[in-house]
Design a protein around this ligand. Structure first.
Ligand code: ZN
Length: 462
């Protein structure tokens, strides 16, 4: 671009900034210009609502929302009718009638990849890193975020950008600034893995290719990488603890149950400990992609906060997770989604892994490990509603109420946001969704969210 061209662009951008949108006087575009404002008062009348703390179903519920927060939730009594009438009589009160719906707290998915658009095979993945620019991937990522919100996920933890740098920080920023619609986000930025462990792999040594992670080797270098990611906006540190999964013909002595899904551990225990220490020192938490025996065991030993996938977890490690308060974020649907494609591409172990992960999930439920709801959305196409994960969780051992709690109360605790989200209670942010039917008897009802409110603002209505 010529020098005069630059001058012209700058001139127009100043004019554009000068045109203040309605209701945003004095604020600049991109700098919280368009944050949608919640009405002063909103009344939501729900046919039923689920109290996810007690599993109780409440009937004829009125939820009073004051700006972005819940003021009250009441079953139909003379007092609630009175308070509801008082509130709706005030100027500006908005009334939302959902007589045929069940209201729930906004759903939370603690394992997503907004920057990824499905990667059944290595070819799918390589294409996104080699042929799509980070800018194009970010545009698609804004669409993923909007879809997540419309599916009813009012909060997500996005667990790394898969080669798209710090684009998740920017998507979060754009959502918080009201530039695009999307859920509340905690982000992990680039993730960390060792040399030779993470795609893109298989290219000639003289051909430089991008990696889906930031590569670090050695405790000091990995500590530095943690510092760097936090400096650029990471809420979480994501590490990859294992790779190359196989059914171990000679499993370590005394490990139950068998068969043992084993792996090649990536980081050494020293490296993991250094990253956990640095993250915790800076009041950040660490999520570990740990699929099989070594990865899970080393992660729990190193004091990692959340185990992602955990297709195989030994009984001893489940016990250790309970002792240490480690969260387990299984991703059952994505395992089934990718299994056939990866088996056809030469890795039949993925078919065995679906059976092993179902068994692990059942044992974890029985043992009483803290299980949070995550899906790996982005690992499968964002046109598929990540809520399909709920049905598998119920199939493999949770009650519908437990599955719902994992995506609300438990997930909010994992994020450290339990004071603000996770239940419909006075004082919390008004993140509320509604579905037809009763999710406590048929969990697949949550695949059809008709109503979405985030922070008192309605994003979807029946
Ligand atoms: Zn993932």
């Amino acid at each position: 671009m010529t020098r005069s061209g630059i001058v012209v662009v700058m001139f127009f951008s100043i004019v554009a900034v000068g045109q203040t949108p309605p209701g945003a006087q004095g604020r600049k575009i991109g700098d919280f210009a368009n944050v949608p404002e919640a009405p002063a008062y909103t009344l939501i009348r729900c046919g039923t609502a689920v109290d996810v703390k007690t599993n109780k179903v409440l009937h004829n519920v009125t939820i009073i929302v004051e700006k972005d927060r819940i003021r009250n939730l009441m079953e139909q009594t003379s007092r609630s009718v009175q308070e509801g009438t008082q509130v709706s009589a005030r100027a500006g009160a908005t009334v939302i009638e959902l007589p045929d719906h069940t209201c729930l707290p906004g759903l939370i998915d603690v394992h997503t990849h907004a920057l990824l658009q499905g990667d059944i095979t290595a070819a799918d993945y390589d294409k996104q890193l080699l042929k799509w620019s980070p800018e194009y991937r970010t545009i698609l990522g804004t669409q993923s975020a909007r879809k997540a919100l419309e599916y009813g996920f009012t909060t997500i933890r996005d667990l790394e950008t898969e080669g798209a740098g710090y684009a998740d920080v920017d998507i979060k920023k754009a959502i918080n600034a009201g530039v695009i619609p999307g859920p509340r986000m905690q982000v992990a930025t680039r993730a960390l893995d060792v040399t030779g462990a993470y795609p893109l792999l298989g290219y000639a040594p003289n051909v430089p290719v991008p990696h889906g992670v930031q590569v670090c080797d050695g405790a000091d270098a990995c500590r530095k990488a943690v510092r760097e990611q936090i400096m650029y906006g990471a809420d979480w540190i994501k590490v990859y603890s294992d790779r190359s999964y196989y059914i171990d013909p000679n499993p370590p002595a005394g490990i139950s149950p068998t068969p043992v899904l084993n792996d090649i551990p990536t980081f050494t225990l020293d490296e993991l400990r250094a990253m956990v220490d640095e993250a915790h020192r800076q009041r950040h938490k660490v999520a570990s992609h740990a699929t099989a025996y070594n990865g899970v065991h080393n992660s729990v030993e190193a004091g990692i906060d959340t185990i992602e996938h955990g297709d195989y977890i030994s009984d001893a490690d489940l016990k250790l997770m309970i002792q240490k308060g480690t969260y387990y974020v299984p991703t059952l649907y994505v395992g089934e989604y990718v299994a056939e494609g990866r088996a056809k591409a030469g890795a039949p172990v993925w078919l065995d892994m679906t059976k092993i992960s179902a068994d692990t999930f059942g044992r974890a439920v029985k043992a009483g490990v803290k299980i949070a709801f995550g899906t790996d959305a982005g690992g499968f196409d964002w046109n598929i509603n990540p809520a399909v994960e709920f049905e598998l969780r119920v199939k493999y051992g949770q009650t519908p109420a437990e599955a719902l709690r994992s995506a609300t109360v438990v997930a909010s605790e994992l994020l450290g946001m339990q004071k603000d989200i996770g239940t419909i209670e006075p004082g919390k942010l008004a993140d509320i969704v509604a579905v037809k039917g009763d999710p406590l008897t048929d969990i697949t009802a949550v695949e059809h969210v008709d109503f979405v409110m985030k922070g008192g603002v309605v994003y979807k209505k029946p």
